[in-house]
Design a protein around this ligand. Structure first.
Ligand SMILES: Nc1ncnc2c1ncn2[C@@H]1O[C@H](COP(=O)(O)OP(=O)(O)OP(=O)(O)O)[C@@H](O)[C@H]1O
Ligand SMILES: [Mg+2]
Length: 623
């Protein structure tokens, strides 16, 4: 297969994401071929190891043959058997050395290989879109990366150290027996084929049961995790008893599935024990009768019986291994199916790291909907001038955050263009775009790292002093100084140990360090108390200086001073102007302002229009 044609089997992916195949076996092949020489050596070592092991009964047979050929003369017994004895010793030593060498190689190889897969999957995942990430559980993605990488190395280990030796043992054993007496080889050969086939068939049947049991187990885990996450709610609703009952019910369902799967495994064990007994007893009787008839020599009799014991020890748990094998393959399939999806938002091949000098933002006939059906923007066109500070207002769900999401290219519009300084943002690399736009979201999430690291995220090469200075400007320094470990304190998962307002101030500090030419604030100060908000306003004013700024706000007082206000209604911009100009218009903005300022509905509003606004804004407490 040429490199080109192989490439064409891959999905659409971001340019700097790894090229990963989307089917299980090609996925395994892809990663194994990255380490092919390691695996070739491992296979050679395992082949020699298994061959040494299975040749041991042959060496014993040769020793017996030599002994029976030269009876008596105990003095010369070692001379008589010296050659087969050397063979036996060499095989025993070989079995140990090659077996351990194979073991050592795999001990070194598998962790490295696994990490390589984790890195690739993680790098691939990093390029998935906002839409993808918000519709898949983060925990389950992390779990899948682990399971998939482990699946590949375990599959390879099974193939090399479990299945391949079994095949070699069966093949060599049949060959050795064939030399002694072909029908004996036929007996063992037929047994082996039947045993492997039936084991495989039983494993496929058992897989259904064990899959159901595994699903029931993970459902239980899910229920426990959900209940623990909501433990406070259960406590406050005095429903702890109900939750215990809820879990008990699930455990009962799980038990039913687990029992079924265990019973099936037990049936498989019966099959294995009976087959092993048939082989053991059958070979013994058969070779004994052949020996008594003089058809085979004593040595062959010993070889046949010890081979049958060796085969049994190799074949033990074969069904169980098949089962594990399927499980690993299933895990890989699951991970590949979930993670190796086409990337939704990718850089065009011609994309450049355009640098934003002016900060003009233009929407040109943009049509956008999150999914088929309801349109969020219908042919929206608007231009925000360089350095302009623009406030976006409108009811909940009117499209303000969507407007911002499109500028940040978290989603692509279905048609139309969004241009920054006259360049379509799809012609810019996402890295360039994102490094030149700062966002302070309503509910910033932080890494479970120290406060210092979290703030420095705005600019990784900032010194400690610069970080502290930024924190000071964002009014975060004082509360950080009061925490025991100060800037070295960890903030908990997603910053849970901080209050909403504290998190927002950390996010503001980050943005101060980042100092990007375009700044977007989506309800950035909504969690702050009025005094802190007022204090921080000065800082924000100086941060905004010389930048193009978009401020989404429900509290109109926070945007009244801006250069321009856009009023959104159902994805349309219904009013556009300065605060005094919009008030003078006595339109939607005026009514919103009156409602917030006075806390009552404006009497002079047109009855129809007012009703419409109130209906859309039912969930919004500000309006
Ligand atoms: N990720 C999403 N997937 C699907 N639909 C979405 C998504 N985000 C928003 N929407 C829908 O798009 C519309 C516009 O939502 P948007 O978040 O832009 O409103 P908003 O003006 O920011 O509201 P709010 O003031 O409550 O933040 C709404 O109908 C909303 O339900
Ligand atoms: Mg919003």
């Amino acid at each position: 297969m040429t490199k080109k044609s192989r490439k064409s089997q891959y999905f659409q992916r971001a340019a700097d994401a790894p090229n990963l195949p989307d089917t299980t076996f090609r996925f395994i092949y892809h990663f194994v071929s990255d380490f092919r020489w390691w695996y070739v050596i491992a296979v050679i070592l395992e082949v020699i190891h298994a061959t040494c092991g299975i040749m041991l009964p042959y060496a014993i047979g040769e020793i017996i043959r030599s002994v029976t050929r030269s009876p008596g003369a105990s003095k010369s017994i070692f001379d008589a058997v010296s050659q087969p004895l050397m063979l036996f010793t060499a095989l025993s030593v070989g079995e140990v050395i090659f077996g351990r060498a194979a073991g050592l190689l795999q001990t070194i190889l598998h962790p490295i290989h696994r990490q390589h897969i984790v890195r690739s999957l993680y790098a691939y995942l990093q390029h998935h879109s906002h839409r993808y990430l918000s519709s898949t559980f983060a925990g389950s993605l992390a779990h899948r990366i682990g399971e998939t990488s482990l699946g590949v190395t375990q599959t390879m280990q099974m193939l090399i150290s479990e299945f391949m030796p079994v095949i070699i043992v069966y093949a060599v054993a049949t060959m050795l027996l064939y030399r002694a007496y072909p029908p004996l080889a036929a007996f063992v050969g037929v047994w082996a084929v039947l045993f492997v086939s039936i084991s495989f068939w039983l494993a496929t049947r058992c897989r259904i049961y064990s899959r159901k049991a595994a699903a029931a187990r993970s459902e239980t885990t899910g229920i426990i995790v959900d209940a623990v996450t909501n433990l406070n709610s259960s406590r406050l609703f005095a429903q702890l008893g109900f939750e215990r009952g809820y879990l008990k019910e699930q455990l009962r369902r799980e038990l039913k599935e687990v029992r079924k799967s265990n019973w099936y495994s037990e049936r498989i064990r019966w099959f294995q024990f009976i087959s092993a007994a048939i082989l053991k007893i059958g070979t013994l009787y058969y070779s004994l009768s052949l020996w008594s008839q003089g058809t085979i020599a004593t040595a062959d009799f010993v070889v046949a019986t010890s081979l049958s014991l060796l085969i049994i020890s190799e074949a033990r748990n074969l069904s169980k291994r098949f089962l594990e094998f399927f499980e690993h393959i299933g895990n890989i399939a699951n991970g590949v199916f979930t993670i190796v999806q086409p990337h939704e938002i990718i850089d065009r091949e011609s994309a450049i790291a355009h640098s934003i000098t002016q900060g003009q933002i233009e929407f040109r006939q943009v049509n956008f909907s999150y999914s088929l059906g309801k349109k969020v923007f219908d042919n929206l066109s608007i231009t925000i001038q360089p350095g302009q500070r623009v406030g976006l207002v409108g009811f909940s769900g009117s499209g303000k955050s969507s407007f911002v999401n499109l500028i940040l290219r978290l989603f692509d519009p279905q048609s139309g263009e969004i241009l920054i300084d006259g360049v379509d943002i799809q012609d810019m690399t996402q890295d360039a775009l994102h490094s030149q736009i700062s966002l302070i979201p309503q509910d910033p999430s932080l890494f479970h790292r120290t406060l210092m690291e979290n703030i420095r995220y705005g600019r990784l090469d900032a010194t400690d002093e610069e970080v502290i200075e930024a924190a000071g400007k964002a009014y975060a320094h004082d509360f950080i100084a009061q925490i025991k470990e100060g800037y070295d304190s960890l903030v908990g998962e997603r910053g849970i140990k901080l209050s909403g307002g504290q998190r927002q101030r950390i996010a503001i500090a980050r943005v101060i360090l980042k100092d990007a030419p375009i700044l977007i604030l989506d309800e950035a100060t909504s969690s702050l108390d009025s005094i802190t908000e007022k204090a921080i306003q000065d800082t924000l004013d100086s941060v905004m200086n010389g930048k193009t700024v978009i401020v989404v706000a429900h509290r109109l007082s926070t945007i009244a001073d801006l250069d321009r206000i856009l009023v959104f209604d159902q994805g349309r911009i219904v009013e556009d102007g300065t605060h005094p100009k919009l008030l003078a218009r006595r339109g939607a903005y005026y009514r919103l302002w009156k409602m917030q300022a006075g806390g009552f509905l404006p009497v002079e509003a047109e009855p129809g229009e007012e009703k419409k606004l109130i209906k859309q804004g039912e969930s919004n407490s500000y309006f």
